[in-house]
Design a protein around this ligand. Sequence first.
Ligand code: 5GP
Ligand code: ZN
Length: 114
Amino acid sequence: MEDCIFCKIIAGDIPSYKVYEDEEVYAFLDITQVTKGHTLIIPKKHVTDIFDYEDTLAAAVFARVPKIAKALEKAFPEMEGLNLVNNNKEIAYQSVFHSHIHLIPRYGKDDDFS
Ligand code: 5GP
Ligand code: ZN
């Protein structure tokens, strides 16, 4: 979709640090690392938010979460936990309107994200 930052990332027109990719899904590091390894999972098809998904695509995207969580755990063995966040629409703090799931690794009580 024109003027969508995440579609441009998928197309390779905007650089990103890839964490995972398959036919339906792309995962990459968030440009603003809330914590080390903060990753976004997105469908390759432009979907605006959770209300815009077909069941089959939602199943594909959400099914990748454990695989990518385990990859992060392997890359960052000091990780102690993980928050999943999915903001939908402006009122809920969505700022990029190509649906995405945040994976936010947690490293203990001393990091300042709560
Ligand atoms: P939202 O607020 O919509 O849930 O999250 C959007 C996320 O996209 C933010 O955490 C923001 O840092 C990230 N983001 C915005 N633009 C870019 C970009 O060009 N590259 C990457 N890697 N992340 C981006
Ligand atoms: Zn898009």
